[in-house]
Design a protein around this ligand. Structure first.
Ligand code: NDP
Ligand code: MN
Length: 382
């Protein structure tokens, strides 16, 4: 048995926020966002105005922090309960989108705790109270189309990757005007996150004939547009916004691999942005996995026009091209060059490797891995 799930509607293009007017018939909209970027860009106001034009009462929940906490989620869920929305709209990066998804679960089931929902694909049925629309502002996580939400427990420094098709949004709105306001570094990090999603999805054990074409198209579009997008090209920014969404559709169903297992743990321990961790790890993960899926990586290399007569040459060309991409995006290629001291790295190595082996993304990695090998892969990236 296998399943492939996507949102019901995807609206896209410049100014696509105004498509919220199609959600007529709803009475109360609860809008979740991050710090101030969406307000500064005028996008939050546009969301509020459009919902009101469609006849809805609107309540805002602002201030979701990057890598959202359990506390923020419960605060939002409580505010939802008091307001009683039949539509939830999340606008922002992966953090506010993920936080809003988790708030939605606890709004529908106030009696549940994190422990009740932390096992993958055990979530109760949602949509009894509200449906969910997501408007991404970064071009990376694709939370607007995925079955995932990453919430951090800061008392234990553990990131809970909640996973269930129930939390796949109903509606995704890809307004290509929004990523235009991203600073360069955020564009680089989130873009490499998207590339890692597509490459990991293409080799993951749950890949399928549905996810493969999405992953390959995403990889090819990201190679075509990420550097130009980083350098501020407007058309390339729009293309990246769509490409990261294709990658999201692929990995939401095909799942991911050990670049993400390690990125989840190293991101929290070393305070390095999620996408930057993936950018550092991806070349080493490809080298480790290529023992069992060299042909798949070779297919990727061919699809983006890299040179090579054998699968091995093609995989080497792919690894080199990722290093080159990192250079052009000014992403330092190791943890050391990203400011992690040797002492701290050594002190945390065992803990991170053990936790990464237990991460849900490890189960779908094409090549099995134990703690010793996880330590080796991670050490290479230092
Ligand atoms: P965040 O949502 O964490 O946002 C990072 C920063 O970027 C914030 O300071 C935010 O500002 C700012 N920002 C966002 N959009 C813009 C914009 N258009 N212009 C200017 N500034 C902007 O970033 P990500 O999107 O990278 O999300 C990372 C999170 O997503 C992590 O918690 C990660 O674990 C998770 N994740 C989730 C996945 C999923 O499938 N659900 C997959 C992969 C990662 P402000 O707060 O002011 O808006
Ligand atoms: Mn990611």
């Amino acid at each position: 048995m296998a399943r492939f799930t996507l949102p019901r509607d995807i609206y896209y293009g410049p100014g696509a926020i105004s498509e919220l007017k199609n959600l007529k018939g709803h009475k109360k909209a609860f809008v979740v966002t991050g710090g101030s970027s969406m307000k500064r860009g005028g996008f939050l106001q546009k969301v509020e105005d459009t919902l009101k034009e469609a006849g809805m009462e609107v309540q805002l929940f602002e201030g979701v922090e990057p890598d959202p906490s359990i506390e923020t989620v419960f605060k939002g869920a409580k505010a939802m309960e008091e307001f009683g929305p039949d539509l939830i709209v999340a606008i922002g990066g992966g953090s506010p989108l993920d936080a809003a998804k988790a708030m939605w679960v606890f709004y529908e089931y106030p009696e549940k705790t994190f422990d009740d929902i932390k096992d993958p694909f055990t979530m109760p049925q949602l949509r009894k109270k509200a449906i969910f629309a997501a408007i991404p502002s970064t071009s990376g996580t694709a939370s607007e189309v995925t079955a995932f939400s990453v919430i951090t427990d800061y008392s234990t420094l553990i990131k809970y990757p909640l996973a269930d098709f129930e939390i796949t949004p109903d509606i995704a709105i890809l307004d290509t005007d929004i990523p235009l306001t991203m600073p360069k570094k955020l564009t680089a990090h989130t873009g490499m996150d998207a590339l890692t999603h597509a490459i990991e999805a293409y080799v993951a054990t749950a890949r399928s004939g549905f996810s493969d074409p999405l992953a390959i198209q995403a990889i090819s579009d990201i190679y075509d547009s990420l550097v130009d997008s980083y350098n501020g090209d407007v058309e390339a920014r729009g293309k990246m916004h769509i490409a990261q969404c294709l990658a999201g559709m692929a990995f939401s169903n095909a799942l991911l691999g050990i670049a993400h297992s390690l990125a989840h743990k190293t991101g929290a321990e070393f305070e390095i942005p999620h996408g930057c961790c993936n950018a550092i790890l991806l070349p080493y993960v490809i080298q480790y996995n290529s023992k069992v899926c060299m042909d798949r990586y070779a297919t990727i290399a061919k699809a983006i026009g890299l040179p090579g007569n054998t699968d091995k040459q093609l995989v080497n060309a792919l690894v080199d091209s990722i290093r080159e991409l990192n250079r052009r995006l000014n992403i330092a290629p190791t943890y050391k060059e990203n400011g992690v001291s040797e002492e701290k790295f050594k002190e945390k190595l065992d803990f991170i490797a053990e936790n990464a082996v237990g991460d849900p993304c490890t189960g779908s990695n094409p090549r099995p891995i134990d703690v010793e090998n996880m330590k080796k892969v991670l050490s290479c990236a230092y």
